[in-house]
Structure formats: C-alpha cells, structure tokens
Design a protein around this ligand. Structure first.
Ligand code: ARG
Ligand code: ZN
Length: 879
C-alpha cells in the first residue's frame, strides 16, 4: 500500500513508548519466497508511558499467520492486524510474552529493506524502519532489547548462517536437508541494528585480542571465489579496532565481528551489531579491479561502521531526529582515522571538497534542513550530506572550540554516562559543557539552524601604528521554514603571513595561543599590534568552520599564501581561490581566452618545482582545478553550465600547455617499477602522475592520446588503467577512443564493479551524444535496473557528474532523469528518491533550464501512487 503524502513526524511530538520489549526470541526459517518468522517478545508497560494505552506494533507489507499472548490465542475482537500495524486493544498491564508469526517473500523484496535476497544470499537491512518488514514490532530506536536469533535454512542453499552477537549453537536438522544456527546478542539494541545473513560465502578471518584482553575472531565474508579480494578490508578492520582503542579508549565487546559483502545494497554499509553488512563495492579490492580511491573508501567505510559499535550501537539515538548524534560523530571519527593512517592535509582537502560538492549545495537549495531536523515525512530522505558531513564539521568545531583535552574528557564522560542508552544531542553536549565548564547553548545553534553561514573578512594595515585590523561579519541566508537567522559560534583558525614569507610576530589578546579566534556575534574585529610589515591574512585554516569565506585578496596575496602559508590547507585554498576567480570571470564571456590563465599557470609551475616530489598527493590536489559544480555554486544564479565548461576547458588547455615540460618530467620521475601497493604514498605518486596526464591531454589532445594508449596498455593496476580511460573519454571523438572503451569492456565483462566505472565515465562525458550513449548503455547486458550500484554508476553519474548534459538547455537531460525516477519508484523508492535529489540546484540555473527542470519535476509530482520517498523529495524540490 502506498500513500501519496505520508504524515509529518515532528520532534516536538516525541514521547516515550507506552511499552518496552526486554527480550526478543526469533526463529527465522529461510525460504526463497516464503520465509517464516516466529517472534516471541517479552513485553511490559513502560513506567514512563501511558497506563491505559493500546499496544500498536509497526509493520510494513506484513502478513500475520499466528498470534498468542502468554501462549494463548487471542479472540478476534482483541486485536487488529493490517500489513502496517498489529494492535492489541487492551494488552496485559503486567509483563507478558507475545508470540507473532509472520511470513515474507525475500525474493520479491526489491526495495532492499527488511529481509531480501542478493545474488542468492539472504540478508537484511533494517535501518531506519526495515525490521517492521520482518515482524511486527515497536520499531523505534528507543526500544532496546536483548535478542536471541535462531536461523534455519537448506544446508545447500545457505551453508553460512550469521546473526548478531555470539554464535551459541549450530547443527543439522536430522532427517532433513536443513540446518540451523543460534546467535545471542547480550547487548540491548534497537531493532534497526538487527541483522541476519544466510548463503554461500567464502571467509577470511584472523584472531584479534582487544587492548582490555578479550579474544575475538574478526572475519570478512564475500562471494565464493573472491576471498583474496577481502584481505584489504580485513586489514582495515584490524587497524580501525586498534585506532579506536588508542585514540578513543574503545574496546570491542563481543567474541566475533563479522563483515559481509553483498552486491545489492541501497547505501554504503550498515553497522548491525557484530554483523556489519556492506555494499560489496566497499569491501572487495584487488590491484586489478580496485582503484586507489576504492581502497581509501573501503578503509574509511570499514572504519566508519566499526566505530558505530560505540557511537551508534552502545550509545544509540532516542529518535531519528537525533541521527546526527551517531552519524556526524562517526563520520568525524572515520575522517580522523583516515587522517592518522594517511596524510592529514590531503585528507582534509578531500573532506572539504566533499562538503562543498554535496553539503553546501544541499544547504543552499530547496532540500536544506538543519543537522538535527525538526520534522520529516520519510526518514530515509534524511541520510544526507547535511546530517553526515555538516554533522561531522560540528564535532570538529566543538573540538577546536573547547580544545582537544576537554573534548577528550567530554567523549569519555559521554561513553560512561550514556552507555546502553538511546541518547539525544542535548545529552551529548551536556557532557562537553560539564567537561569544559563552558556554556554550550549558543554553540548548539549549529544543530538547529540550516544554511551555510557566509563570513565576510577584510583587513586594514596601519604602517604608522604597526597595527593590523581584521573585520569579520557573518550572515546566513534564509532557508525553507527559517526566514530569520541568528549568529552562530564560528571558530576561526587564523594567522598572518608576511609578504616575503618571513615570520610575523603579531599579537592580539582576542586570538588564543592555538591561533583560534571565536566569532560568536554578527560582526567583530581583531586588532593585532606590533605588526612589522603589511601581512597577508590566512583565515579559516583547515576550514575551521563549515562556512563560505568572502575575503578579497589580490592575486599577489593569494600567491604569497600559496607559496608561504604554514597551513597546507590554506596553501591549497589559495590556489583554488586564484583559479575560481579566473574561472568565474571567464564563464561570463562567450569566447574565453585561455591565455588569461598564464598567471595561474606560472604560479602552479613554481609550486610544482618546489613541492611536487616532496608531497605528490598534495601537489595533485593543488593542480586540480575547482569542479564545474564549484564554479556554478560561486556564480549561484542563472547558471549556464556550457559557459562554465568552456571556461574550464580553456584554462585547463592553457595550463596543460604551459606546464607540459614539467608535467612530462614529473611523470617520469614519479613512475615506479615496484609492484602495486595501495598505501597513501604510492597512491599519491599515482595521483600526481595521472593529474599530469589529464593536463597534458587537455593542452594537446594528440600527445594526450599517445600517452593514454600507452598507459592504458601497460598499466599493471586499475588506478592507472582507469585514469587512462577517463582521460580517453575527454579526447575528441574518434574510432580509437571508442576502441579503448570496447577493450575495457571486453577485459572486464565478468566484473560488475569494474564495469560500474566504465558506465560512470561514459555517463559523465561532456558532449552532445552522451544522453544517447546512456540510453544505449541501459540496454547493455551488464546493466541492471534493479541493482543500485549499476543505477548509480550510469544514471547517477549522468545526473551528478555531467553538468552540461544533465542540464541540457533543451530539457532532455531532466526529462530522462524524471523518467528514470518514475520507473525506479515502483521497485526501489529509496534509490529513486536519491536520484531525484540531483534536481536540487534547479533554481540556480538559467531561465530556459529552470523551465525544463520544473516541467520534469511537475511530471514526477503528477504521477499517481508515488512512494512517500519520492513524493517527499519532489514536493520539497518544488516548494
Ligand atoms: N547507518 C548506516 C551508515 O551510515 C547507513 C544506513 C542508512 N540506511 C538507510 N536506509 N537510510 O553507516
Ligand atoms: Zn554511519
């Protein structure tokens, strides 16, 4: 049953559950189309709830087979069962056992929520509201229960049976071809953390002894025959566990920790207690099939899901409005892990790029919402960049606001005080207020106020008085439902850089010893004394707050920062600012002259000569121009993606030509004959070599084509081969260009995850024929509309990574996406709704594009029987 408009759920309406479920005993008999689930729930009235309330359990597309209270069947007038609810009108007012038997069809479950089959493997996804698709339950995160799960299946079909917690029994069922396993999870948990897996899977495992002396076994399960591709994930898991012991003092708390890779999965991965289930894209890696980026993502997501064991599982969320409590904090933790394991500066640049590419546009458009939303119609639509990425930025600011020592004390207090509970943002912040002795009520506004603050900064030097004054002013534009904005607490990490790069011993009592100034009102200024010469201000080092910074530095001052800033992030930022200014200007003229990029080219050349070999990964970031989407954001209104593309192409061509000699030299100097290793240093060398290839080809497509062909042919790893293929996609159309695509397809036809890269590169080609190409690729046997990875690679890449073609002036890109959303909504509403968010920037586009986008959105909105997921996004997008 589908509803056009789901009811609004509001944070202010929260009240505790009327009943609690202390124990859950499940018996799941797996069957491809008729899986039976018997649940025995130990229920009691909640002292904090209403005394005379009925018991209303959640369901979703469920069929009830049997029902009993304390072993006795209920008279028909004592209860009501529908697919979405099971109601006991007058349940016992003392503890009782409710037995429920339901039946579900895992093979028909194309929504990939609840129990489903992926490539013959039974698996579950219960966050946020999937458990109710398995049995009737109080499916809310503040109902915590201890689970025992018995799983039964055909031994041939599902030799591996996994559940949450520890394995306690297993065996054959005599006289049948079936077998069973029993799992017991001693840690009380909400239903969204429940999981089971059954199937044919290979396993890699190793013993792990925790810092506090527990002997555990950690394991990764993958499709048969792929176990050598699981080794890196297992290694990342071990490193994550050590890091959490060392940095946050957190030990693992069960005898086993299992990770399972499945090929059909709506999101990245899921932190089910002791049984993390992953999209196989974030587990499987070999040098021949995975890129350096894949390795880094696997490491980060393995860490993320493992870190949830404390920030999410041991301490969970009271309600879904508190989602950032676990997600923002856990993203912060995985970012810090990656920074420690790799390069902190390069990691931060990457995280900021993601924030600006995904969260800033979201916060500037119709889907903008606070990090802690106050209402929702469909919670699955709130697993957003704002909740995750901006949520992580808030934690980062909290740490810099109160200092590392008080932050660590606050975390420990949180772990101690809230362990075993379903907590709120207020309870979290109270721990840091207590640990630091500060009032954090103003800081808390970050959770409630949507929109990206803009901070205008200007500096004035007084040579006579040897003083320097920095004026800062913040403002936030209105967002849906929030017309008026208040100032927020903004930690500004800053420093002054002498024009000649020398030290400047400037002081201000307003700036802390660690270089942080806190801007907590609409405007403020800092007066520095003893400033010997005119300084260049370096503000928001490391992007110390998720804000847009408006600081009008001359090109010369930006060059000073690019050369001399002690903060690597701001060195990179200076290069980006220089390029952005140029690109925005050139996007405003009809025939952009690449020669205007000569200044930028010379700056980059000088930078490369001084830095490239010492830190290639960083240098690759400096060389990489702001994306078309970033330039569009800067322009913000009446955007013409074609003009942006032309400008960027002209600049890249000029830079590539001017740097050609140095780039060729670097490609040789950084080449390696050692066997492939995914470590950060090796990956950094490859990233600079491949950035060089891209620029050389941009400057001279003939020379580029030769280098591409050679690198493609000789590559001994996927990173280099795919980089060649990506540059190939940007070459002028030719038979050779298509032949390379064909060769790639022929080599990897048996590797769906590799073909995803092939789909994605072609869908992102910035040329007229791409829409036709995408339509053609949808008929390729390797494409499947029911597999979320395939859909994201082909359709998602077109909508999100191909500005000129998705935003075609004739509206055909929009119409195509609308068609896809409507087609997908019938099978997988979550994936459909996610694709639809690509329309998020439609109001910033040029007039004719706005028209096309609006027509496409209205067409989606007019379809009968839309899912709540798509209905919610389409109405907010038009709102
Ligand atoms: N908790 C998971 C993670 O961030 C994400 C699960 C989201 N699932 C969903 N259906 N919205 O690791
Ligand atoms: Zn998460």
């Amino acid at each position: 049953m589908r509803t056009e408009t789901a009811p609004v759920v509001r944070l202010v309406d929260y009240r505790p559950s009327d009943f609690l479920i202390d124990r859950v005993e499940l018996d799941v008999r797996l069957h491809p189309s008729e899986t039976r689930i018997k649940a025995i729930l130990s229920i009691r009235p909640n002292p904090a709830g209403r005394a005379d309330a009925p018991l209303i359990l959640d369901g979703d597309e469920l069929r009830l087979l049997d029902l009993a209270v304390d072993g006795t069947a209920l008279p028909p007038d004592a209860f009501a069962a529908t697919p979405q609810n099971l109601t006991l009108f007058d349940p016992p007012r003392a503890p009782f056992r409710l037995t429920i038997e339901t039946v579900v069809d895992p093979s028909a479950n194309t929504k990939l929520m609840g129990l489903y089959r992926s490539g013959g493997v039974y698996c579950t996804q219960c966050e946020a509201e999937g458990f109710r698709r398995i049995t009737y339950f109080l499916d809310r995160p503040d109902v915590l229960s201890v689970y025992t799960t018995r799983i039964e299946a055909e031994a041939g079909e599902a030799p591996v049976l996994l559940g949450n917690g520890n394995p306690v029994a297993a065996g054959a069922i005599p006289g049948t071809s079936r077998h069973f396993a029993v799992w017991e999870d001693p840690h009380p948990k909400p239903a969204y953390l429940f999981a089971i897996v059954g199937g044919r899977l290979d396993r890699v495992a190793e013993p792990y002894r925790t810092a506090d002396g527990r002997d555990a076994e950690i394991a990764v399960y993958v499709e048969p025959g792929k176990s050598e591709r699981a080794a890196f994930a297992l290694d990342a898991l071990r490193r994550s566990m050590r890091w959490d012991e060392r940095v946050f003092g957190r030990n693992y708390d069960l005898d086993v920790f299992n990770v399972v890779a499945v090929s059909d999965f709506n999101m990245g991965a899921m932190e089910n207690k002791g049984l993390n289930i992953f999209n196989d894209k974030y587990v499987l890696a070999s040098p021949q099939t995975a890129t350096d980026t894949d390795y880094a993502n696997i490491e980060a997501i393995i860490a993320h899901e493992y870190f949830h064991n404390w920030t999410g599982n041991r301490i969970t969320c009271r309600d879904w409005f508190q989602l950032c409590l676990k997600e923002g904090l856990t993203v912060f933790r995985d970012q810090e892990f990656s920074a420690d394991e790799r390069s902190r500066a390069v990691q931060r640049i990457g995280d900021v790029r993601t924030l600006r590419a995904r969260q800033f546009p979201e916060d500037a458009g119709p889907l903008s919402h606070p990090v802690r939303p106050t209402e929702y119609r469909e919670i699955n639509n709130f697993y957003t960049a704002t909740v995750y990425e901006k949520g992580a930025e808030i934690i980062r600011m909290l740490k810099s606001h109160i200092g590392a020592a008080d932050f660590a004390r606050g975390m420990n207090l949180y772990f101690e005080r809230c362990d075993g509970t379903a907590a709120t943002v207020e309870e979290f912040l109270a721990c840091f207020a207590e640990a630091s002795g500060r009032d954090l009520s103003h800081f808390a506004r970050w959770y409630a106020q949507a929109g990206t603050p803009r901070v205008v900064v200007s500096g004035t030097y007084d040579a006579g008085g040897r003083t320097y004054r920095l004026d800062l002013a913040q403002s936030t534009a209105p967002t849906p439902g929030q017309p008026l904005k208040e100032p927020v607490v903004i930690p500004v990490a800053l420093g002054l850089v002498a024009e000649d790069g020398g030290r400047l011993d400037a002081h201000s009592p307003r700036v802390r010893d660690d270089g942080v100034f806190v801007l907590d009102r609409a405007s403020d200024s800092i007066l520095f004394s003893d400033v010997a010469s005119r300084p260049v201000p370096s503000v928001f080092r490391g992007l110390s707050a998720p804000v847009r910074v408006a600081l009008d530095l001359s090109d010369a001052d930006l060059l000073t920062l690019l050369r001399h800033d002690t903060d690597p992030f701001n060195r990179w930022q200076a290069g980006q600012s220089l390029a952005t200014r140029l690109l925005v200007r050139l996007a405003g003229v009809s025939r952009p002259d690449g020669a205007e990029a000569e200044g930028l080219a010379q700056a980059l050349l000088a930078f490369l000569r001084g830095n490239a070999e010492a830190d290639p990964a960083f240098a690759a970031q400096v060389l990489s121009l702001p994306s078309e989407a970033e330039i569009a954001q800067e322009i913000a209104a009446d955007v013409d993606p074609d003009a942006i593309h032309r400008a960027r192409k002209a600049v890249r061509a000029h830079v590539g030509g001017a740097l050609r000699g140095e780039l060729m030299r670097l490609r040789d100097a950084l080449a390696s004959s050692a066997p492939y290793s995914p470590d950060a240093a090796s990956a950094g060398r490859r990233s600079l070599r491949n950035m060089a290839l891209e620029l050389i080809a941009a400057g001279d497509s003939g020379a580029g084509a030769g280098l591409v062909a050679a690198q493609y042919r000789d590559a001994d790893n996927m990173t280099d081969r795919l980089a060649a293929l990506a540059v190939n996609a940007g070459l002028p159309p030719s038979a050779e260009r298509e032949a390379l695509f064909q060769d790639f397809y022929d080599r990897y036809r048996a590797e769906p995850l590799v073909l995803d890269k092939w789909f994605a590169i072609q869908a992102a080609m910035p040329e007229d024929g791409t829409l036709e190409r995408v339509l053609r690729l949808m008929n390729d046997p390797a494409f499947s509309i029911t597999n979320p990875n395939r859909v994201r690679s082909l359709v998602g890449s077109f909508a999100l990574n191909n500005a000129t073609q998705f935003h075609r002036a004739d509206g055909r890109g929009y119409a195509f996406l609308a068609d896809m959303v409507v087609a997908l909504d019938g099978t997988n509403p979550q994936v459909a709704a996610r694709l639809l968010t690509a329309f998020g920037t439609w109001r910033t586009m040029s007039a004719e594009r706005r028209q096309g986008a609006e027509a496409a959105l209205r067409r989606v909105a007019s379809k009968p029987d839309l899912s709540p997921d798509v209905s919610d996004i389409v109405h907010r997008s038009l709102g």
